[in-house]
Write a protein that binds this ligand. Structure first.
Ligand code: GCV
Length: 649
């Protein structure tokens, strides 16, 4: 299948120069920065001759100088652009590449050469994408087709992989995990020579674009591929096995960054089976990769997934913190703990994970999910960047010089939303999530409006009507989705397993620790000190707020409390009236988005337009189901009518 160039589809500029001269040191001729600039200029100024050495410089020439500057840090750049001459400096080839992308973006947005200066340095050191691709080509929670990394059981490296590396570098991604954290079947062989040559090639390609390659190993590999009868991290032979496996792997795969590990979680093997801790497991692997500069990213998504719904004391939300807080300070310096943004699992509304700010002697990474598992599966438009930004800016209220999540973490990861569909993300609009994610991590000062505008213009061109409609849809879409789906932070009212569409009791009597406890009198989970005690995992001032029904923010009320339907929110509405109102409003917003999209017919590429129409039709069908089923569910339970007398089935 072919593929779109997304936001790197360079267009012709309003400039008729005869000559664009790119000048740089000979050693940069093979660099990605030079190649990108040369190719982009050939498209953007098609009548000009693009050359990279010239004695001739006349009035009609435009000169771009690429230089490395030792005073800039590795990923940093400076740009000084004028109408005739532009200088792009980078701290390394990667910094230079980021500078080139920034320059091309600015020039594309301006529609022509212009004068500006810019300085860039990433806000986050580690900016990662986690692919949940299987070696057989499927993608867990993938909504954009099959894997483009794994094709016919092998690692594929082709034009699409190159395009992928360019797209990722253009938004500043510097680490990519290519396989699923659940390490199944053939993926276990990623540690062996079955894959090492292809991994080496992929690593080399990624390296040119400033991206480190990561894989997810099977923690039980000493057993599953090493033929041993244990994977105990403190067993000397197990340690030796990992050391020699890593020595061989890192020698072969030059640009390997290390491992991402899901251990003792949802059936994945881990150290606890041997009575060892997460620190024992992570440190053992970290020591094996350390000689090669490798790191181990160890996930904190650990909970009891065989819970009895009758048990009201066990709380899945508490589990991650309980498993890790006592281990603070015990992890080696090349171990990074990766916690999801919230304590449960990528619901549309959760409080921020309580480990942030509480574990200050450990490297922490926050994990988001671009793949829209619980947020409409790329059929619904749900632009997540406002939510990511809000979480990154959240004050944890721990006693720290800067208590915001963005200053506590040393990296950010997101589950990728890509696949082999033509537009990479199934729906064109879902690509805005990928773009916005990278841009936000690189420059945390960018506002959501700026990011939405940039993406819309780079994707659709400079038609004001298109930009303003797309921007409006993106900016309002997350709130709309939250409104017509799950109220007040309760979560988990979706169909079990596939997680699409409403099913208010779908998870109520299951083993996953995902309950709403709704009955005729009340709804919500009591996670206050009187309940499961989860609220106490936060810094004291948040614990006080979250633990009190009168102080808890409305949007999280049912996450933290079980309250009667007549409970009055800060908004002045009762819980039940809030549920009815938001469900009607959310659906109305979805209708408005579909109308806005329809108004773009003829103004955007027809296949993109048609793809959008199909998806908005499905969003509306599904949003209607959400609205009517959730309203009906609570109406039947509570027996309370809608104040406005609207139809509740
Ligand atoms: C990769 C959720 C998803 C699983 C996923 C898991 C995880 O439970 O439904 O598909 O497994 O999260 O993050 O490990």
């Amino acid at each position: 299948m072919g593929f779109s160039k997304l936001w790197l589809d360079y267009r012709k500029l309003a400039d008729s120069r005869r000559r664009v001269i790119i000048s740089c040191d000979r050693t940069l001729y093979d660099s990605a920065a030079f190649e990108e600039l040369k190719n982009a200029m050939t498209t953007m100024v098609p009548d000009a001759i693009v050359i990279w050495k010239s004695e001739v410089f006349d009035d009609d020439s435009y000169l771009i100088l690429l230089t490395l500057h030792p005073e800039l840090s590795h990923e940093e750049y400076d740009i000084a652009a004028s109408m005739d001459i532009t200088e792009i400096c980078g701290g390394s080839e990667t910094g230079l590449l980021y500078g080139v992308f920034a320059y091309l973006r600015q020039t594309a947005l301006a529609g022509g050469f212009c004068s500006f200066t810019a300085h860039g340095k990433p806000s986050q050191p580690l900016r990662m994408l986690n692919h949940w691709d299987e070696a057989d080509g499927d993608i867990e929670r993938g909504y954009s087709g099959q894997s483009f990394f794994f094709v016919n059981g092998d690692l594929e490296i082709n034009e699409r992989t190159l395009m992928y590396a360019r797209l990722m570098a253009s938004i500043g991604i510097n680490g990519v995990v290519i396989n699923n954290v659940n390490v199944r079947r053939r993926a276990k062989l990623l540690l062996t020579d079955e894959f090492s040559d292809r991994l080496a090639d992929l690593g080399e390609l990624f390296g040119k674009y400033g991206i480190k390659l990561f894989i997810c190993p099977d923690f039980a590999a000493p057993k599953t591929i090493g033929g041993m009868d244990t994977a105990d991290p403190l067993n000397k032979e197990v340690v030796n096995w990992w050391e020699s496996t890593c020595a061989h792997l890192f020698e072969k795969v030059g640009n390997l960054g290390g491992f991402l590990v899901k251990a003792d979680s949802e059936g994945e093997p881990g150290p606890m089976a041997y009575g060892r801790t997460h620190a024992d497991g992570a440190n053992m692997l970290a020591r094996a990769v350390k000689p090669y500069g490798g790191i181990v990213i160890w996930r904190c998504f650990v909970y009891n997934c065989t819970q009895d719904w009758r048990d009201k004391n066990t709380d899945r939300a508490c589990a991650s913190y309980e498993n890790f807080i006592g281990l603070d300070g015990q992890f080696d310096d090349n171990v990074y703990l990766q916690a999801k943004n919230g304590p449960v699992d990528f619901q549309i509304r959760e409080p921020v994970h309580p480990l942030f700010g509480a574990m200050n002697n450990t490297n922490l990474i926050i994990e988001f999910q671009l793949a829209q598992e619980y947020t409409g599966q790329q059929k619904h438009v749900c632009w997540l960047i406002p939510m990511f930004r809000e979480i990154m800016e959240h004050h944890t209220r721990h006693d720290l010089p800067d208590d915001r999540v963005s200053r506590i973490v040393c990296g950010v990861a997101a589950v990728a939303n890509t696949g082999d569909s033509y537009c990479w993300t199934g729906s064109e609009l879902a690509a805005a999530n990928l773009y916005g994610y990278g841009r936000l991590l690189f420059d945390e000062k960018l506002s959501c409006t700026e990011i939405a505008e940039e993406w819309a213009e780079l994707t659709f061109g400079d038609d004001d009507k298109v930009i303003s409609a797309v921007k409006e849809i993106l900016l309002d879409s997350k709130q709309a989705y939250e409104d017509y789906t799950v109220p007040l932070g309760i979560g988990w009212m979706c169909h079990p397993n596939d997680h699409y569409g409403p099913s208010p009791w779908g998870y109520e009597f299951d083993r996953w620790g995902t309950y709403n406890r709704a009955d005729r009198d009340a709804v919500g989970v009591d996670r206050s000190a009187k309940g499961t005690g989860y609220s106490l995992q936060y810094a004291p001032s948040w614990a006080e707020i979250y633990g009190d029904t009168d102080k808890c923010p409305d949007e999280l009320l049912l996450f933290f409390h079980r309250v009667p339907y007549t409970h009055i929110l800060h908004s002045g509405k009762t819980v039940i009236q809030h549920i009815y109102d938001t469900h009607f409003e959310g659906y109305a917003k979805a209708e408005h988005f579909a109308e806005l999209w329809k108004s773009l017919e003829g103004r955007i590429d027809d296949s993109i337009y048609q793809n959008g129409c199909e998806r908005f039709a499905e969003q509306l069908r599904c949003a209607r189901e959400w609205r009517d089923i959730i309203n009906c569910f609570f109406h039947r339970l509570s027996g309370i009518d809608d104040e406005q007398g609207r139809v509740i089935y």
